[in-house]
Ligand binder design. Sequence first.
Ligand SMILES: Nc1ncnc2c1ncn2[C@@H]1O[C@H](COP(=O)(O)OP(=O)(O)OP(=O)(O)O)[C@@H](O)[C@H]1O
Ligand SMILES: [Mg+2]
Length: 343
Amino acid sequence: MARVYGIDPGTCTLKIYQKGTGIIYNQKNALAMIDGERIIATGDAAWEMEGRTPANIEVLYPVRSGVLAQVKNMLAQLNIVFDKIGEEHERLNGQDFLVASPSYATEVEKKALVDLINACDIKPRRIRVVDSPIAAALGAGVLLRECYGAMVVDIGADTTEIAVLSLGGTVASRMLNFGGYRLDESIINSVRLYYNFAIGRKTAEQIKIALGTAIHPEEGEVITKKVFGRDVVSGLPGSIAVDSLFVYLAIKDHIEKITEVILNLLLHIPPEMSADIMESGIILTGGVAGIKGLDKVISDLTGLKVHKCDNGSETVALGLGKIAEDPDYDFLAEQYSMLKIED
Ligand SMILES: Nc1ncnc2c1ncn2[C@@H]1O[C@H](COP(=O)(O)OP(=O)(O)OP(=O)(O)O)[C@@H](O)[C@H]1O
Ligand SMILES: [Mg+2]
């Protein structure tokens, strides 16, 4: 019998689920290329090189805004990753694949994902596409078959997808074309403006994860982190201390934008579904769900309970896993190309 793998190719992280085992891969969706032709690192190892490379090495990100942007690079990366994990886990050759796609992706973009997996060296048996919000809801534990109303807020690196689901389908959705990366950019810009100090993307992400908060920190609650970079005036390397109040102010507008769109979508759901959503609440997921207090801010604003996923980055892949493990959810996966199936 074919094994099943679930793939969530995010803008920031690539996650792979193996049926019967769980998440077997979760690393940065990045590769480092030398002289524009040879890959020298993938995943977290490539991300480690970000901002530190000589002119002939480039760190590349094959997925942009949740959709495939560099097909050749993504294919090369997947072949390396499949090769690596294929040695530890039984071979991936000739297996079934479920691949997550943002719900707003066009049919052509979804088909491109299928073609991508199909072109990999592992020669897949069958490839099917699942809409990310559906997978996220399943991954968060929603019993989609019985559920008449659930709201999913998935804040990833470059996209924020907000969807209202019912009985395994999408009733209404909104997409914002920003996520965690935009928060990093704002931190970089604020640090430059207020401290005359330049920091890189990796440092900004570390600041966001360590100090990011959606709630104004009270006096006495403010935490501080020492970070390294370059003094813009002297041009010399140095360090500064950044605190959580500063980060709160730097990212505040983006958090407000997200909550505004959640409210707006709630205003447009069919009245019959309001009671269901009141009962099931909002699922907050994606890596950025980890921002301190974000669940409380959304809950206070909407009056709904918010279920924050523990490791939001993996929720979609866990949902693909649910479909792989439970035949009752099989109908949620869509077949885009009929491949020759040999048993
Ligand atoms: N604890 C945390 N607090 C805040 N942000 C976090 C935390 N952990 C991860 N992130 C951020 O979450 C983002 C990655 O989330 P995720 O893995 O869900 O994105 P993705 O699926 O790759 O992107 P997309 O869905 O936009 O294509 C990054 O911007 C990362 O910095
Ligand atoms: Mg994602």
